[in-house]
Design a binder for this molecule. Structure first.
Ligand code: KG4
Ligand code: ZN
Length: 371
């Protein structure tokens, strides 16, 4: 098929996503999130996420088909996130996808969630739906990822920053050559935002709250640690240290907790906005500096930004500045395609089909720690 009609299913974390693409054209991207149900716990509770997927799947599927104006019959193939992610959450999407595949006889593709975050960059610059905004108003008719339909830049990298991952990838071929250059060794950057927001009493999810509050604070008032930046981890360009492109955020979270405790012990008011700003600066500084370093040292000329933290105003600003100085072109998809969604899964599924790669069958198991 030249332009396969692919249905993509995503359930690796707290978003139930069903997206439909035709080749590199996005038809629809329907997402139902259980984030509100996790709010009072300050983080995603796997059991709640799994149950929410079970409730949300069929309505999300129906809405997606309806919005795209296609029937299940017309779909050429089904693609589903098979890892990495929460085991129970993945299981729901994978079981649903297998059930659909068996019932309809359609080929099924198992998709790596992280590679799918990059695959979304292959969607056309124009949205389908006749250029109309979608019914919920969330999908504008503007540019998608802007990488050019179906053709990735030759020296492409991806910086994925969300509540579940913090990674820098090099993509030589979206279908069979994706290399992990660096990643977090403990918490993901978004997770650090959520944990620090909890310490500061800002609620969940923490990212947007800290982003907003940080604008009223002084980022230079406190200097928080940048993890894994000491020479023993970085090494030199000639002799690379063991964590040159890796991140660590658990020390930063602890430093924020200590800082708050010290203000409280002295009976002083906690300068929440300053702490938020200084914390954000520490995260964004180390994320962008290591990402740009990895790009420069690996010949990456185009960088795709993905993940929920791509919404962060300071991250966008500093990545933009540092990429410009380094001569790297930065590509930022619209936010609903940066966060977890089914369209990215469908987009990568369509790429596999167009590359002539055969389906996965229905025997595979979800792999929560898929590399
Ligand atoms: O990609 P996503 O929707 O789900 C996964 O975690 O996979 O990302 C959610 C994460 C949360 O940790 C949230 O706090 C963070 O993205 N986030 C932000 C912002 N908006 C969302 N972090 C920093 N600044 C933001 N504006
Ligand atoms: Zn993700």
């Amino acid at each position: 098929r030249q332009q396969p009609l692919v249905l993509g299913i995503e359930s690796s974390c707290d978003e139930t996503g069903v997206g439909i693409v035709r080749g590199t054209t996005l038809l629809t991207n329907t997402v139902s999130s259980s984030m509100d149900e996790h709010a009072r716990f300050g983080g995603v509770i796997p059991e709640i996420a799994s149950r929410a997927h079970l409730d949300a799947f069929v309505p999300t599927l129906q809405e997606s088909l309806h919005e795209a104006g296609v029937t299940l019959d017309e779909i050429d193939a089904i693609a589903v996130t098979s890892g990495p992610g929460l085991a129970g959450a993945l299981m729901v999407g994978v079981c649903a996808a297998k059930a659909l595949a068996v019932a309809t006889g359609k080929p099924l593709y198992a998709i790596n969630h992280l590679v799918a975050h990059v695959g979304v960059g292959l969607l056309d610059g124009r949205r389908a739906l006749d250029g109309r905004p979608s019914a919920d108003g969330k999908h504008d008719a503007g540019a998608a990822a802007g990488l050019g339909a179906g053709q990735l830049p030759e020296n492409l990298g991806a910086l994925l920053v969300s509540g579940g991952h913090t990674e820098i990838l090099r993509i030589r071929s979206i279908t069979d050559d994706v290399e992990l250059l660096g990643s977090t060794i403990d918490d993901a950057a978004g997770e650090a935002y959520d944990k620090v927001a909890r310490i500061l009493g800002l609620g969940y999810p923490g990212g947007p709250a800290i982003d907003k509050l940080a604008r009223q604070g002084n980022p230079k008032s406190i200097r928080f640690p940048r993890g894994l930046t000491q020479p023993k981890y970085m090494g030199t360009a000639g002799e690379k240290g063991p964590h040159r492109y890796d991140w660590s955020f658990s020390g930063l979270k602890t430093a924020v907790a200590r800082c708050v405790e010290q203000f409280e012990a002295r009976g002083e008011e906690v300068p929440v906005a300053d702490i938020a700003a200084a914390f954000q600066e520490a995260v964004v500084d180390v994320v962008t500096s290591k990402a740009v370093l990895a790009c420069k040292e690996n010949g990456i000329t185009d960088l795709l930004l993905g993940g929920g933290v791509a919404a962060n105003s300071r991250l966008r600003e500093l990545t933009g500045q540092r990429c410009t100085s380094a001569g790297i072109r930065l590509h930022v998809p619209p936010l609903d395609l940066c966060t977890d969604n089914g369209a990215m899964v469908a987009a990568l599924g369509a790429q596999l089909i167009m590359a002539g790669i055969g389906p996965s069958g229905v025997e595979f198991a979800p792999d929560s720690s898929m590399p």
